[in-house]
Design a binder for this molecule. Structure first.
Ligand code: ADP
Length: 747
């Protein structure tokens, strides 16, 4: 009998799988002394434990388990410990059903396995059985079959019987049905166990119970020891099998890992061998560990045998490596770095990417970037050239994105505009604020119109610099359209043409000076004939004055004759005065001034100047002017000078020519132009001279200056006309022709 103690844990430890025990007790304490360690061992081993109690006797056991240090509530809530009353288990649905109960244990143990428990164990009280006669019969039937029913399950079961309450003949039957019996703090093999099929009729049950229990107790210890040893060996065998299996699995996993590593290694090597960069790896002391093919090729170029480098110290082999400091930093600080270095001897640039490697060393990727550096250099040089070209030519460029409105100015444009290139972002306002107030509106309108029409833009305007200096600029822009004709941007250039304009003005002035000198010289050439020309009207005036005097002295004075003489005097005086006016006009130094002119008048004026000289040289000078000749818009003196030059040249060409010596001026309309021809019958133009006729200083004359035709051409072109020469097709001599646009007055 056991009072207040528990069954030795190791004793219960020995309860094996498939075991079905009965515990026969006399007190509740004895009952719990079996149940408590039985459950504790199960919970400790990770088994699922089921306890079926009758009439709320569970509380004592729970207390005892808690006192043992087990967190009973936790086991209950995580499902490891299942507590059921008899009504929830044996007597579910109000009656005891043998099949259902046998099935319950089988199902519970299968469920426990699938939920991950190592096994299942169950204990149940049986007090209730005695209270119902039909259940008692079923119960015995159940007990007789239970051992066989759980034979295939990983399950241990303990049925607890109160010896005091059960009639002995019943207990006899019970004992016969259990191969193991717990009694008096020992788990004992039961010699009285009779397999279900062989159960003998029970006789003299009480004494048999007594004897059997004694026998069982007597040889229980030795049996149990043997059984324990057997089971320990079996367990150890299983453990060893498990260990062996685990070991085999580990070996297999390692082999797989090794294979994977080998494959990864091969893949990585293949990748490194196929990249275009050179690759080197070093250990923590900068010993060569590995280099790819490109790296090896480079080493050969440097005169090193790649295979022999492996294991050698980098700094022994390349003491002057230019990126030495950076590599040391990467090794020490374990942070990647990239640099670009030039090897002057090779004239090559290399990019070095250096990374610390997990084994404490480092790896180095090297790429030849010479070409990229050259491109960058070329681009930089190109930009510098462009910048210099813009600076020298005072040309600024700009781009205006039509959709974003973004404006980009070149540095020179900032300078042309008198803005600081490092200052604010360029804007249209910055441009207009510099523009001369008188030009601003016209330029704005012209640019807006160009944008609307997607057209080129060109304008000359003035810029007022902050210091008040006025600069003349030429602005041109071109629209960039996409395939659908949508405007993308305008690109343009603004050239400071102030110097060019000033030099043009100066050249213009110089040309005017030259023209004036040329005129003076030309006029001087026939001063004598002009004097003679003046003499004639003046002599006529004198003669008429004498006549007038005579008509006045007559008695009575002849008023009619007098009037006629005074009229002639006035006409001749006017003629003389006109000649003087024309000469003065030619000799006065003044700026060209364009006005509406009738060519017929200009031709008559010039002829009046040279006709005396022509007569003197026995040249037949004539003029034919088309009756309805449209006016021209021109500088009178300039056109006079051209005509004068051509007539003087014609007379020069006729100087040694045989008679008849003719010099003809004709003028006619040709479409929208007026054409003037001066034709002579002189010696004509040498073929080789044609290309040079209008060049300055080309002359074939001993006293010539070679400026007449050059000046004439610049005057005609300044009027939007053309001038040319050709030898006459019939007869001798040459014809010079110039054309000028006819002037149609704009209403
Ligand atoms: P210059 O009269 O001082 O020589 P120009 O420029 O007026 O200078 O003329 C240049 C040259 O053109 C002359 O020297 C002459 O050779 C040629 N030339 C000009 N007009 C005629 C002409 N009507 N017939 C033949 N040659 C001419």
């Amino acid at each position: 009998m056991l009072l207040g103690g528990t069954v030795d844990s190791p004793v219960l430890d020995g309860v094996g799988s498939h075991d079905q025990l009965c515990s026969i007790y006399e007190t509740d304490v004895e009952r719990d002394a079996v149940a408590v360690p039985f459950l504790r061992i199960g919970l400790g081993r990770g088994e699922k434990c089921v306890y079926l109690h009758s009439d709320g006797k569970w509380d004592d056991i729970a207390r005892a388990l808690s006192a043992d240090g087990l967190d009973v509530q936790r086991f209950i809530s995580n499902g490891a410990l299942v507590i059921k009353s008899k009504d929830e288990s044996y007597l579910r649905n109000g009656r005891f059903d043998v099949e259902r109960m046998l099935g319950l244990w089988q199902d519970e143990s299968a469920a426990a396995k699938s939920q991950g428990y190592s096994a299942m164990r169950g204990a149940g009280e049986t007090d209730w059985v005695l209270s119902t006669a039909p259940d008692l019969e079923h119960w015995l039937d159940y007990e007789a079959r239970l051992t066989d029913a759980i034979a295939l399950c990983d399950c241990r079961l303990v049925c607890q019987y109160n010896r005091a309450r059960y009639p002995p003949e019943l207990l006899l039957g019970i004992i016969q049905m259990h191969p193991l019996v717990i009694h008096d703090a020992a788990v004992c093999r039961n010699h009285h166990y009779v397999p279900a099929v062989e159960l003998l009729p029970l006789r003299d049950a009480r004494r048999t119970v007594q004897r059997w229990l004694r026998d069982i107790r007597a040889d229980g210890q030795g049996e149990l020891a043997l059984r324990r040893a057997e089971e320990t060996i079996a367990r150890e065998r299983i453990d060893m099998q498990h260990q062996h299996q685990r070991l085999a699995e580990q070996v297999e996993a390692m082999a797989k890992l090794e294979e994977r590593l080998r494959q990864t290694d091969a893949r990585n090597t293949a990748i490194l061998e196929n990249i275009t960069d050179m690759f080197f790896s070093f250990d923590k002391d900068f010993r060569f560990l590995y280099m790819n093919r490109q790296g090896a090729d480079q080493m050969r170029l440097a005169g090193k045998e790649p295979e022999l480098l492996i294991g050698k110290l980098l700094w022994d082999e390349f003491p002057d490596a230019p990126n030495r400091e950076a590599m040391r930093r990467v090794m020490d600080e374990r942070a990647p770095e990239t640099d670009e270095v030039c090897y002057p001897l090779l004239r090559q640039w290399y990019e070095n990417r250096m990374y610390p490697s997990p084994d404490g060393g480092m790896v180095l990727f090297v790429r030849n970037v010479t070409q990229r550096r050259q491109h960058e250099e070329a681009r930089r040089r190109g930009e510098a050239y462009l910048d210099a070209a813009q600076r020298i030519s005072h040309t600024g460029s700009w781009g205006w994105n039509a959709s974003t409105g973004e404006l980009v100015w070149s540095a020179e444009l900032f300078r042309v505009m008198g803005h600081d290139p490092q200052g604010r972002k360029p804007s249209r306002e910055m441009l207009y604020e510099r523009m001369h107030a008188d030009d601003r509106e016209a330029v704005r309108r012209a640019f807006d119109a160009a944008v609307r029409g997607r057209q080129n833009f060109s304008a000359n305007y003035r810029i007022v610099r902050p210091d008040g200096a006025i600069r003349h600029v030429l602005s041109e822009a071109h629209p960039m359209l996409d395939d659908s004709g949508t405007l993308i941007e305008y690109v343009g250039a603004i050239v400071d043409v102030t110097e060019r304009k000033e030099s043009e003005d100066a050249a213009h002035k110089a040309r005017a000076e030259l023209a004036h000198v040329n005129r003076a010289l030309t006029v001087a050439e026939f001063t004598a004939s002009i004097a003679h020309e003046l003499n004639q009207p003046l002599a006529a005036v004198v003669a008429n004055a004498a006549a007038a005097e005579r008509w006045l002295a007559a008695q009575p004075p002849d008023e009619l004759e007098l009037r006629a003489a005074v009229k002639r005097m006035a006409r001749d005086a006017k003629r003389a005065s006109d000649v003087i006016t024309h000469i003065r006009g030619l000799l006065t130094r003044r700026e060209p001034h364009k006005a509406e002119l009738l060519l017929s008048a200009v031709i008559a004026e010039v002829i009046s100047l040279v006709e005396g000289d022509a007569r003197h040289k026995e040249i037949a000078l004539s003029a034919t002017v088309q009756a309805v000749l449209p006016p021209i818009r021109a500088d009178r003196v300039g056109i006079q000078q051209v005509l004068l030059n051509l007539l003087v040249n014609g007379m020069d060409a006729l100087a040694s020519a045989p008679q008849p010596r003719t010099l003809t001026v004709s003028a006619r309309r040709e479409g929208a132009e007026v054409s003037v021809q001066v034709r002579d019958s002189g010696q004509g133009i040498e073929p080789q001279s044609f290309a040079l006729l209008f060049e300055p200083f080309f002359t074939t004359k001993a006293q010539g200056m070679g400026m007449g035709l050059a000046i004439s051409r610049s005057i005609i072109e300044d009027h939007g006309g053309r001038i040319g020469a050709l030898n006459n097709a019939e007869g001798h001599g040459a014809t010079f022709e110039f054309t000028l646009p006819a002037y149609t007055q704009v209403q």
